[in-house]
Design a protein around this ligand. Sequence first.
Ligand code: B12
Length: 502
Amino acid sequence: MRVLLVNTNRKADLMAAPPIGLCYVATATRGAGHEVRFLDLCFAGHRAAKKLRASISSFAPDVVGLSVRNVDNVNMLRPVAYLPGVRELVAEVRRLSAAPVVLGGSGASLMPEAVLRHVGADAIIVSDGEDSFLRLLETLPSRGMWTEIPGVGLMLEGRFQLTPPDFPPFQFKAPDVGHWVDMAPYERLGGSYNVQSKRGCPHRCIYCTYNSSLEGHRLRKRDPREVVEEIEEAVLKYSPRTVEFVDSVFNDPPEHARAILEEIIRRPWKANFTAMGVQPLHLDREMLDLMWQAGFRSFMITPESASDTMLGSYRKGFCRDDVIQAAEALSHTHFSAWWCFLLGGPGETHVTIQESLDFCRQYLHLKRGSARHVAQLFFGVRLYPGTDLWRSALREGMITADADPIQSLWYVSPELNVSYTLEQMEAAATECAEILLGYDEGYLWFSDLAAGLCRLFGERPPYWRLVRKLNRFALKLGFRFTVRPRDLAQRIEDVLRRQCPA
Ligand code: B12
């Protein structure tokens, strides 16, 4: 069967994300004997439809699979919706071909019914794509059989029907990202070569989607040797500038992370590593030392708060002391760490916000010779269906029962005065160049230029490592809030009011 697989994600900025999920699906599909054509539209811009048309005309696919990574950009003030772009691509396929269109990817898994209705494809696959997509191809002629495959969503007589995903063991063939994807444009923008060492998340954070429809609750670990074999092959074949672990939490369970790091250290080659999800728990001197020896120089760390009240409310599974211990362990190193804070969840008050801000000032402010930190403070928590936070928002009247999850919907603690919160955040950010405010995404417009400069100076991705320096320079020039809308508090209040007019 001829299978056209399309990466529809066109968010190309400093965090350009190579479509590793689609590469897994492509590798499994080719392995099952199908002919696969891979179309990456990430950098196609307004030529996307034209490129899709050209692929359909030359390849004449029997099936078209589209990956939907992001539903939106998770920005309260400058929301960008990506599904209309996907809908246009589906319409383009329909114009030229009778091939069924199947959706998959994290965006598709988050809210399958809403995405399928909005985009108008034939089926949607929730969670792992490898097995379900192959089974769907096998039963292609008799579409009725699709209802027996795990994790398949369909519209049947106008009603959405979804079979539960089964989260199979993570034993799929390595995705060989460099084979399917031209990494050069990603690397030019500061993107990394992706690798995944496990799926599933045992944590129960109230706002998060990873442990449900995305990856499931059960940890599914890959054999550490296999993970490192995959990295070795990529390093020798493609010489990636940076390899990034895209696991939900890289250092949990710590034994698995340690086994991978030790295996990397044993190998003769060297690579530059980073990870997007590192938790403060288990981030001790020993773990950091292993990470450094393996070639890590940076990572993102996701405490979300430094207040015990909020860590309890978010159900993070660690406390303020753990966050402090991680910061202290880091202060003996030269890592660059990007700290993520989610301010405004249930129970957040001006006191708990101050606890997080004081933590940033006390522990993340640069001391000579120590780690370089950036603390990004997001205000408001994005609501996703199926999470406990969604249910709280419903109970508290922040959203209505018929709320459309595709809309960018937010939780903000009713105990907060928005103007005063912004003053608190800005006071901390004006003092401390390490603090970056979540609504400052305005800086992304110059990401091409910034990435070009980073390359010129021989910097390796991820380029966010340099944000602190830039911020410090801007602060000195008094530029701190130029990208901040003047009527910010009013705009946030309007967003919240609009999402639940009653
Ligand atoms: C790692 C990660 C990042 C890293 C990426 C680093 C990198 N080098 O790629 C960083 C930190 C940079 C990042 C940034 C962003 N991210 Co992010 N990220 C993730 C994370 C944790 C993992 C993604 C991943 O690589 N998974 C591994 C692969 C193997 O899994 P997969 O893609 O889901 O693929 C499987 C299935 O979905 C399916 N599948 C995939 N494609 C297809 C196609 C077909 C046809 C089929 C049948 C199946 C199928 O099969 C695959 C294999 O089983 C997810 C959450 C999660 N746990 O999924 C969030 C997530 C994708 N990110 C999200 C968001 C919002 C963003 C940002 C927009 C944030 C921002 N405002 O900047 C940016 C966008 C970046 C971009 N250019 O697109 C959201 C998207 C939700 C939404 N609201 O739209 C997620 C879901 C997190 C969440 N909030 O729940 N992210």
